[in-house]
Design a protein around this ligand. Structure first.
Ligand code: TMP
Ligand code: ASP
Length: 246
């Protein structure tokens, strides 16, 4: 994974071209940002934890018949994934009110949402990922109506599969964000599923075990990522520790 093969660097991950043209490496960083990059920090071990948590959840979803980009692990913080043509849309599913929906609609955090609320955001750093609907997606030609319907159906299936899976591990799936892309015309779940992109509350204490600990300065940030990793993976693989070398 040398510099020449680096395709893209985002706030939390670096994408490298693999030897095979239809594969890329997705390497997870310890750097953390929030509020459109205005808050920055380092969460020791986050790259490792998010890579391992994402791998375990993608494998689980594949077993449930949901197509994901996951192919395997290259090293402890790097996944091998299918190269996708990403759609510039973020799909958020909310089971309980928290974060931006609580602010926008004046809902108490933790209030159940029946049915779960599905939202679309336009993936644009320059605009701060604004909330959009299916009409915006169509008018801006971000995706076709059929693709929107497919993303929504897959997001609901991910929620139906992940909510009980995580609940069995003592975690309440409050909300999460998914990104999709196309491989040979087929809709595939991409990006990551981790405490950076999900709200996960401890089922017994209702305390957040996710990036809200960083966003809201709640302390014990690394401990929360490690705890989710232990519960989701069984904690079988070793973290070598120390700052990342990537
Ligand atoms: P929100 O309440 O801030 O809109 O976040 C909803 C969910 O989406 C939450 O689980 C965190 C996740 N999320 C991301 O993955 N990336 C983002 O940039 C934002 C704002 C939220
Ligand atoms: N990671 C995003 C940012 O840097 C938002 C977030 O997760 O809060 O803005």
């Amino acid at each position: 994974m040398n510099e020449a093969k680096r395709l893209y660097e985002g706030k939390a991950k670096i994408i490298y071209q693999a030897e095979e043209p239809d594969r890329v490496y997705m390497s997870f960083k310890d750097e953390a940002t929030a509020f459109d990059g205005k808050k920055r920090g380092l969460i020791a071990g986050k790259g490792f934890f998010n890579a391992q948590i994402s791998a375990a959840l993608f494998q689980y979803l594949e077993g449930q018949g949901i197509p994901t980009h996951y192919l395997g692990r290259a090293d402890e913080r790097t996944l091998i994934v299918r190269r996708l043509a990403m759609l510039p849309v973020e799909v958020v599913v909310r089971n309980l009110a928290a974060g931006s929906i609580s602010r926008r609609l004046g809902l108490e955090e933790g209030r159940p949402l029946h049915p779960p609320v599905l939202e679309f955001y336009y993936k644009s750093d320059a605009l701060g990922d604004p909330l959009i609907n299916e009409y915006h997606i169509r008018a801006l030609e971000l995706a076709t109506p059929a693709q929107v319907a497919e993303m929504a159906a897959l997001a609901e299936r991910v929620n139906a599969a992940l909510s009980p899976h995580l609940r069995e591990r003592g975690l309440i799936l409050v909300d999460f964000k998914l990104e999709f892309g196309l491989a040979e015309g087929r809709m595939v779940l991409g990006d990551e599923i981790s405490p950076d992109t999900c709200r996960l509350w401890d089922a017994s204490t209702q305390q957040p075990l996710d990036k809200d600990r960083f966003r809201r300065d709640l302390g014990e940030v690394e401990e929360a990522y490690a705890e989710v990793w232990r519960r989701v993976t069984g904690g079988e693989s070793q973290w070598s520790g120390g700052p990342q070398s990537a």
